[in-house]
Design a protein around this ligand. Structure first.
Ligand SMILES: *Cc1c(COP(=O)(O)O)cnc(C)c1O
Length: 493
């Protein structure tokens, strides 16, 4: 099935072979040494692979087949919402009027593209219950940081620049404390109670005159809806702090409940998760931020506005703005895809998304609860977290279970996260998977649980069917080989 010995592109090179044909040069050639300092000009030719077009096509096609994406198989990576990305999004993003516009074009020539962005902002305002939305941030974490910078500017404008503490529950996504730190705040961690929800007493204990904000993920990373949300907002507002909603997991509440109605002052969304932007390969993403009216003056500039004559305009005249957070106005292509998704689903479609996402997660949780420990046995939202502690007692770790799933052709769930679950296995099926797929994955998990009892070594030594077998995790992390080295030069000690 696999070409175990697939050569590197540098190993199939044959001097003189070409994979392209260029037109003869019809502009004056130039002398590099006249343009650049001599010591910067390479003297020998660069060592590049020389291959024919067919060779390169086969090479990269073979590599792509070793990849796992949502188009090739189930991808229940908790907290990442690896749902299907409808191909109509790609069609629309490729329309010449969207694909070929340049960000430096005059506004009068890109009114259609600006209208699309404006309509997307309006839809996201409606979906989140916020008063204004910016599309500038390029990722979820970037949105978190942008919102925190706005909160900082808000406090400073009110003569309260001393507010330097951001409260983050221990079940938060790791980006939350990281964003707070990068934005210059001190992070205070509060514990979850036995029910997996924020402990209100702990929250009351830590709030005070130095509280800048509470960052809350809802549903939290255990997949549980924070039931005391209104009370939490009240506690933080009571001491003059702001309440921030990490809306990366909006797939669980979209069209059912709105952060704006829960008392939040700002929210970020991950358009590359809930709104079907392709992700997993590192970008480009989109992490819009929505705010309530008192944060509007601090929005990053420019702000996209609709003028009275119906035309669209980038407003730079925003004296209290935190400034730009991204060149131009966000990642346009991913925003076109999100717009296409929202328009093709409609409000009822988005509501159905939420219902199926939650139904699918609860269905799997109930099928698996006998076979794995379920530390928080409550109705879950879009995802749930199992614990592999029962299997660990038999010598099989959650990491082994994740590796064994590769043999069944699945991308493993998120593991060892959130940190408050021992040997955590975090499963998010999303709404786009069929019951057959969910059942087949549950069958594989149940088989692995049985193997753990009958034949643990098959799990401990997995994977058995992949191109690369079990890596030495420590060596892979501590001494990675990141540069191409000719085969004979690689020394495996
Ligand atoms: C994915 C995620 C983030 C971070 O989003 P990025 O786009 O990866 O920066 C933040 N919070 C939660 C809850 C998430 O699931």
């Amino acid at each position: 099935m696999h070409n175990e010995n697939q050569s590197l592109i540098f190993e199939i090179t044959k001097p003189g072979r070409v994979g392209y044909n260029l037109e003869p040069l019809d502009v004056p050639d130039f002398d590099l040494e006249e343009l650049l300092p001599k010591e910067l000009v390479r003297q020998e030719a660069a060592e590049l692979p020389e291959v024919a077009e067919l060779d390169i096509m086969r090479h990269y096609t073979a590599l792509s087949r070793r990849n796992h994406g949502v188009d090739s198989g189930f991808y229940p990576l908790g907290s990442c919402t690896m749902k299907y990305n409808p191909k109509i999004n790609e069609t629309v993003a490729r329309y010449a009027g969207f694909a070929n516009v340049h960000p430096l074009q005059d506004e009068s020539t890109v009114q259609g593209a600006m209208e699309l962005l404006y309509d997307l902002q309006t839809s996201l305002q409606e979906i989140t219950g916020m008063d204004e939305v910016t599309l500038q941030p390029a990722a979820g974490a970037h949105g978190e940081w942008t919102a925190l910078m706005m909160i900082r500017a808000f406090h400073e404008a009110n003569g309260e620049g001393h507010r330097n503490k951001v409260i983050v529950p221990d079940s938060a996504h790791g980006t939350n404390p990281a964003s707070a730190t990068v934005a210059g705040f001190e992070t205070i961690t509060i514990k979850s109670g036995d029910d997996g929800l924020v402990d209100l007493e702990d929250l009351r204990r830590v709030v005070g005159p130095d509280t800048a904000a509470l960052m809350l993920t809802n549903p939290n990373t255990l997949g549980l809806f924070e039931e005391n949300i209104l009370e939490m907002a009240e506690i933080v507002h009571g001491v003059g702090g702001k309440v921030y909603y990490d809306g990366a997991n909006l797939n669980a509440v979209m069209s059912k409940a709105r952060p704006g109605d829960m008392g939040f002052d700002c929210v970020h969304l991950n358009l590359h998760k809930t709104f079907t932007g392709p992700h997993g390969g590192g970008g480009p993403g989109s992490g819009p931020v929505g705010v309530k009216s008192d944060l509007i003056p601090f929005l990053p500039k420019p702000v996209l506005v609709k003028k009275e004559d119906g035309t669209f305009h980038f407003d730079y005249n925003r004296p209290q703005s935190i400034g730009r957070v991204k060149p131009y106005y966000g990642n346009f292509g991913i925003n076109v895809r999100a717009y296409t998704y929202i328009r093709s689903m409609g409000p009822d479609g988005l509501k159905a998304v939420t219902e199926y996402a939650v139904l699918n997660a609860n269905y799997m949780m109930r099928r698996l609860e006998e076979h794995f420990d379920l530390p928080y046995d409550r109705h879950c939202k879009h995802e749930f977290v199992l614990s592999g502690r029962r299997q660990k007692k038999l010598g099989v770790r959650t990491l082994d279970i994740a590796k064994r799933l590769l043999d069944f052709g699945y991308h493993p769930p998120t593991v060892y996260f959130p940190l408050n679950v021992e040997e955590g296995i975090m499963i998010e099926p999303t709404e786009t998977e069929s019951k057959e797929t969910l059942d087949a994955f549950c069958d594989a998990m149940i088989q692995i649980a049985q193997e753990t009892i009958d034949n643990p070594s098959i799990v401990q030594e997995a994977p058995h069917t992949t191109v690369i077998s079990r890596l030495d995790e420590t060596r892979a992390a501590r001494t990675p080989v990141l540069r191409y080295t000719k085969k004979e030069e690689v020394t495996i000690s």
